[in-house]
Design a protein around this ligand. Structure first.
Ligand code: GLP
Length: 243
């Protein structure tokens, strides 16, 4: 694993955008694995800026997102499809037909997961996977548990995750209880992974995930077994982290 310690959030966003830009330039028809959450917003803003400057072309890029709340429609402003459209896709020249997010409205969870696995499979996997880190160590919505799930599955969100994400909803009652998420197996198959961690709130979990034992209790710890991970953090998150 390589660790890049940026000065602050904006710097970390530029570094992550540099890595994604390099991927898109080197392989214009690449498959990007994309994440939501507040952490990658700055990265996406950087990508938009570079696109507007004429430095990036997303016309050949395909994207596969990590997860989606079960029960939320693409038009719901808390859905991850809505997030991706408003924070990135609407502002770059990616073809929306080539962007994938699990179907939150598919009531048959087995079908939703099977369909998503098929999408991942037909794309030949992800070239570059962007990840944020949940406060409990989740990646995507792979919650702490007793196993590492291989494929896309339906999860019951932990109370800590619902509480952490409640800030985006008008009340706790509106926070969905379930989500569809890409499995750890699919995430681990990405050729390259960039994990972005910023802010003091992630300091403890980043240490647990990358320096602690590999355990499904801290799902991100499995990333220690991947051979091409870049951890992009800022001083606040990486204080005390060996570099
Ligand atoms: C959500 C997403 C994760 C994300 C996490 C961290 O739960 N499912 O993919 O990494 O939030 O969010 P934030 O970046 O806001 O801390």
């Amino acid at each position: 694993m390589r660790v890049y310690c940026a000065a602050d959030y904006n710097h970390a966003s530029r570094v992550a955008a540099n890595i994604i830009s390099a991927q898109v330039i080197m392989k214009p028809d690449c498959v990007l694995g994309l994440a939501t959450g507040s952490t990658p917003i700055g990265t996406y803003e950087e990508l938009i800026r570079r696109y507007e400057q004429g430095d990036l072309d997303f016309s050949g890029v395909h994207s596969i997102n990590l997860d989606e709340y079960r029960g939320l429609s693409p038009e719901n402003d808390q859905s991850y499809r809505y997030f991706m459209n408003t924070h990135l896709f609407d502002s770059i020249n990616i073809d929306k037909k080539n962007t994938y997010v699990p179907d939150g409205l598919e009531p048959d969870s087995e079908k939703a997961c099977r369909d998503y696995e098929e999408i991942i499979r037909t794309h030949g996997g992800v070239d570059l996977q962007i990840l944020g880190l949940g406060h409990n160590g989740h990646i995507g919505f792979n919650e702490p548990g007793s196993t590492f799930e291989k494929e896309t599955h339906c999860v019951t969100l932990s109370e800590t995750t619902r509480e952490a994400n409640a800030r985006f909803f008008s009340s706790m009652d509106e926070v969905p209880t379930e989500a569809y998420t890409m499995g750890i197996g699919s995430i681990m198959q990405a050729k390259k992974i960039v994990v972005i961690v910023t802010g003091e709130g992630k300091r403890e979990i980043v240490k647990k995930a990358f320096l602690g034992p590999i355990t499904p209790e801290v799902q991100a710890s499995v990333l220690q077994l991947h051979n091409d991970v870049i951890l992009v953090g800022d001083e606040a998150a990486l204080a005390g982290f060996p570099r």
